[in-house]
Design a protein around this ligand. Structure first.
Ligand SMILES: CC(C)(COP(=O)(O)OP(=O)(O)OC[C@H]1O[C@@H](n2cnc3c(N)ncnc32)[C@H](O)[C@@H]1OP(=O)(O)O)[C@@H](O)C(=O)NCCC(=O)NCCS
Length: 150
């Protein structure tokens, strides 16, 4: 498996993976994914074909993970962890000092992954994904020292 920057030609695979990983209400619409592919930092994990991807962006000293998706049949192989670690290196090289992400409170697998990568739970955001669908806000500092100014 290798991890590389996503390119425009990856759009169909990325849209297909997003559709497999999230319900229609939660999945990003194709226009948003297209925009993110052009404007944000996007990485794909692939063997012959793309099997997972991650997208995020940096704004000053803060970075944000927008989405992380691994095909169901490829989960548990370390792909999610490797995509996140590669994205963190990209973030650091772009000057980020801390990373934020949101995850659904019931998404235990993703929360476990982020906890293993040393993200801390910093807030509960009620109704983030719709009525009654709460999110955890998680944060990781990339460098020692004080938190960046929000
Ligand atoms: C969450 C997701 C990206 C994890 O991808 P993955 O490739 O299976 O994760 P990894 O194999 O790299 O797992 C890394 C660690 O996370 C933990 N983990 C991952 N999925 C888990 C699960 N379902 N249950 C418990 N722990 C889990 C494992 O303990 C693993 O620890 P280890 O490295 O010590 O073995 C994947 O399940 C997915 O795409 N889910 C649907 C989309 C989603 O929920 N994305 C996150 C949105 S915020």
């Amino acid at each position: 498996m290798r991890i590389r920057r996503a390119e425009a030609r990856d759009l169909p695979s990325i849209l297909a993976i997003e559709k497999t990983c999230f319900s229609r209400e939660v999945a990003f619409p194709p226009e948003i994914t297209t925009f993110l592919l052009e404007e944000a930092t996007a990485l794909v994990a692939e063997d012959a074909d793309a099997a997972g991807f991650v997208i995020g962006f940096v704004n000053g000293e803060w970075a944000k993970v927008v989405t992380l998706d691994v095909l169901p049949e490829r989960r548990g192989e370390g792909m999610g962890r490797r995509l996140m670690e590669a994205l963190e290196r990209e973030f650091a090289s772009q000057g980020a000092r801390a990373i934020l992400l949101e995850v659904a409170v019931e998404n235990r697998g993703a929360i476990d992954l982020y906890a293993k990568l040393e993200y801390s739970e910093i807030a509960l955001i009620e109704d983030y994904y719709g009525p009654g669908k709460d999110a955890l806000l998680m944060m990781k500092r990339l460098q020692e020292g004080g938190a960046p100014t929000p």
